[in-house]
Ligand binder design. Structure first.
Ligand SMILES: [Ca+2]
Ligand SMILES: [Ca+2]
Ligand SMILES: [Ca+2]
Ligand SMILES: [Ca+2]
Length: 485
């Protein structure tokens, strides 16, 4: 415009010509103003409708929170529940209605999503997993080393790893290493050796569906192996966020079996563990030993100096199976199938009480076979057995991981080794929700991580995923049916 005016000012001509020019300029100005006004109106409408779509998506997050916050005695299917999570109408403005759908990648299928939440305790925590577990996730040695260097607090690079010296040398933009926990899986893109194919595999648009371009080899982005299967990379098996509070299922502080006498006294007064077990714990402690984890008590035998047993009135009654030698005696814990659930639920070896965060435990009731098999002590075969069997186990039995031992899936030795990595509970859920209008088609996608480990549920993480595109086809027939019954 200003250039057009400058050109006009520099031109010579008759009054008529100038008048015509002015008229022409005025027309242009009007047209331009009209265009600008139209663009602004359209933009405002898109902004408003975009905001409405975002609010509809947030209704899905709110729905998830209220379901997770409901009393435990009213169990609700949060894994795949279209009645609660698919095409839920939240507003009707006459010309358009607003809906949300909460969706997640299906466990097996790659041609449809499920309508439910993503359990973060069902995955391997990349902030706490050890070297072997990370390697079992399919990361090569260099990536494992670089990830460990990225998250550990020191500046000493492992032989295959990378610390600040490497990241400072990057061009064009050097950056700082984290030396702390990873917050999102995408953050791993900053770590040496990691790229999108490691993090999301072949699922370039991260929707859990096998899209055509994700199964055509190198014909189109992303590269894939065209085998009809969707490799979802780390996203399917790993999380940066999972923890629980160190308390029992009913919310009581656990008893620290490495604690002081006042703490050990609670074993008799606050648990229904057999006297033999209580006495065993005291005897081991009196012998100067400490426990690594409560699961260590399973079928445990200990050889202790004779004077550790029978020092006071309680320990004079030695446990069954005790055998007195000249100087040492062997005592047994009396912890078997019946006692194990209470041992796991009520006892701890951590100090700090119930406020302590215990990060990175894997929920044996929800983890996929791939996740379970990534734990060093669990074979592929056992992982498959766990997944096959758990639907037939009563909920009450599944309150602790003890059922893996009770059902004979792990022997006592294996169970003791793997138990410190396991839980039977989940406190963090990832929720992906798309809010959309019909008719109209505006949509927004949001992702939240909801944390249930505190007094009240809270959103610990929230982001917009709209740029990834519409995550799942909206079933319009079903939708119009819902709007106009
Ligand atoms: Ca480091
Ligand atoms: Ca996909
Ligand atoms: Ca491809
Ligand atoms: Ca594939």
């Amino acid at each position: 415009m200003s250039r057009a005016r400058r050109d006009a000012n520099g031109r010579r001509g008759t009054v008529l010509a100038i008048t015509l020019m002015i008229v022409a300029l005025m027309t242009m100005t009007a047209a331009a103003m009209l265009f600008r006004t139209t663009a602004e109106v359209t933009g405002a409408a898109a902004g408003r409708r975009g905001e409405q779509a975002r609010l509809a998506a947030m209704s899905g997050i709110r729905q998830a929170i209220s379901i997770l916050d409901a009393p435990a005695d009213t169990p609700v299917d949060i894994v795949d529940n279209p009645d609660l999570f698919q095409n839920q109408r939240v507003a009707d403005h006459g010309t358009a209605a607003w809906y949300f759908t909460v969706f997640a990648p299906a466990a097996e299928a790659t041609d449809a999503v499920r309508y439910g939440l993503i359990d973060e305790a069902g995955k391997i925590n990349i902030n706490t997993a050890d070297e072997e577990t990370l390697a079992n996730l399919g990361l090569d040695a260099e990536r494992v080393a670089c990830l460990l260097d990225w998250r550990d607090r020191d500046h000493e690079p492992r032989s295959d790893g990378a610390e600040q010296a490497y990241y400072a040398s990057l061009q064009p933009i050097p950056y700082r290493t984290k030396n702390g926990p990873v917050i999102t899986l995408e953050e791993l893109l900053l770590v040496k050796g990691f790229d999108a194919s490691v993090i999301v595999g072949e699922d370039a648009n991260v929707n859990g569906l096998l899209d055509a371009n994700e199964d055509d080899g190198n014909e189109s982005f992303p590269p894939d192996d065209a085998d009809g299967q969707l490799d979802r990379g780390l996203a399917a098996v790993a999380t940066p966020i999972s923890y629980e509070r160190n308390m029992s299922v009913d919310g009581r502080p656990r008893i620290n079996i490495n604690g002081e006498e006042s703490e050990l006294r609670k074993l008799a007064s606050e648990t229904s563990l057999p006297e033999q077990t209580v006495e065993f714990i005291r005897t081991v402690r009196k012998a100067g030993e400490r426990f690594a984890h409560p699961a260590q008590l399973l079928e445990m035998r200990a050889t202790v100096p004779a004077d550790a047993v029978g020092g006071d009135e309680r320990s004079r009654r030695r446990g069954r199976g005790s055998r007195r030698g000249p100087e040492n005696v062997t005592v047994t814990s009396g912890v078997g199938t019946r006692e194990l659930p209470e041992v796991l639920d009520r006892l701890t070896t951590r100090s700090g009480g119930s406020k302590t965060k215990v990060p990175g435990l894997v929920n044996v009731n929800t983890a996929s076979a791939n996740v379970l098999a990534a734990l060093p002590e669990i074979s592929d075969n056992t992982a498959r057995q766990i997944v096959d069997l758990r639907d037939s186990i009563a909920d009450e039995q599944k309150q602790t991981p003890a059922w893996l031992y009770a059902e004979g899936l792990l022997d006592a030795d294996r169970f003791r080794q793997v138990a410190p990595r396991l839980t039977a509970r989940s406190f963090q859920y990832r929720v992906r929700s798309v809010g959309f209008a019909w008719p109209g088609g505006q949509f927004r996608v949001v992702e939240a991580v909801i944390d249930l480990a505190g007094e009240r549920p809270r959103i610990m993480y929230l982001r917009d995923l709209t740029r990834r595109g519409l995550p799942t086809a909206i079933d319009v027939d079903e939708l119009t049916g819902a709007v106009m019954p």
